[in-house]
Design a protein around this ligand. Sequence first.
Ligand SMILES: [Zn+2]
Length: 368
Amino acid sequence: MEEREKREPQEGGQEQAFYDWRKKFDEGVKRDLKDYFQERDYVVMAVPKEEPLRVWAVRATNTARTAQRIHNLSPMAAAVVGRAIVGAILLSSLIKHGTDQKVGLKIEGDGPIGYVYVEVDGKGRVRCLVKNPDVPLFTKEVGGRTKLDIAKAIGNGTLTVIKDLGMGKPYVGVVPLVSGEIAEDIAYYLAQSEQIPSAVGIGVKLDENGQIKVSGGWMVQEMGGTSEKALKVIEEAVKKLPPVSDLLEQGKRPEDIALMIIPEELNPHLLGLKEIEYYCPCDEEMVKGVVAGLPQEEVDEIFKENEYLEVKCHFCGKIYRYTKEEVEKIKEEAQKEEENKQPSEGKEEQKNSEGENDKKDQEGKSKG
Ligand SMILES: [Zn+2]
C-alpha cells in the first residue's frame, strides 16, 4: 500500500516504462492530430498528470465561418456569434461526450444584436440563431490596440444555459451578463451555477473584408483539491498566454494552446478530442410535424396567393417546399397517426419540451 502511494516512478521500473510509453504516446497523438486535423475544427482536453484540473482548448474557425455565411452576418455580428460558438463548445464539457445530449447558450441583451443562441451536442455539432445579423461595427481602444466592442453589440442582459441531458425537462441556468465579452460571462456562469471555478479565454479575429479569420478559445476548470503549487503555475501560464486569436493566427493549434496552459513541469497529458462542425439535424420528418400543426385557415390563406408553402429552418437556412396536395396529404397522415396513438403521458411531455423549440424556430413562411 505504502509503495503505491508513492507517486514518483522508480528509475528503470515498470512504472517508468509506462510513463515513457505515455510520453511517446502523447507525441504520437500530437503528430496524428497535426496531420488529420490540419484544417479542421476541434476541441482537446488536457490534464496535468496528478492534479484534478482540466483544460480545454478549441479552434472553431470553420464553424464560425459557416455561421457567418448561413446567417449573412455583418462583421460585428460575426465576431459576437463566433465568440458565442466557442463559449457554447466550452460549455459542452458539461454534457456527455459522443451522445445526443445538448447544451444551448443564449446571450440576450438590450444591444443591437438582440440575442444569439448557440446549440452544441455531445458529438460536437453546432448550430445557431441570431436575432439581428446586421449589426454595425463597434470598436474600443484597449492598451493601444483597437478591439471589437463585443459588449456594446450585446448590451446589458442575461446569459442562459440550457442543458438537455435527454432525461425530460432540460436544466436551465440564468445569470446576468457581468462583462458582455462572453468569456468572463461564461466563467461567471460556471462559478455561480455549476460551482466550478474556471478561467475562460475566447478570441475572434476578422480579416480586412470583415470575414472570420480565426475563432477559438480555452478554459481551465478546477475540480477541487488542486495543489497550491499547481494552481500558481497554471495561473502564471494563463497570465503569460497571448490572446488566443493571436495564437491561432500564428498557426497554433488547440493541443499547442492546452500545453501552453499546462507547462511541462506539471506533466501534461492530452486526454481526448472532439471534432467540431456546423451541422443542423433538421429534416423532412421534423418539418412535416410543423406543417401538420399549422391551422387550416392559415394554410388556405397561404395557398390563396402562393403555389407553395415554404418552411425555412432558421438554424441552417434550408427551405422545405410543399404543394397544396402535399400539405393535404401531410395533414391527413398526421391525423391518422393521432387517431392510432396510444395515450402515454410521460412520453408526451418530453416530446413537447423539445418539439416546441423546433416549431418556434421553423416558422411557416409562404412565398411564390
Ligand atoms: Zn436546419
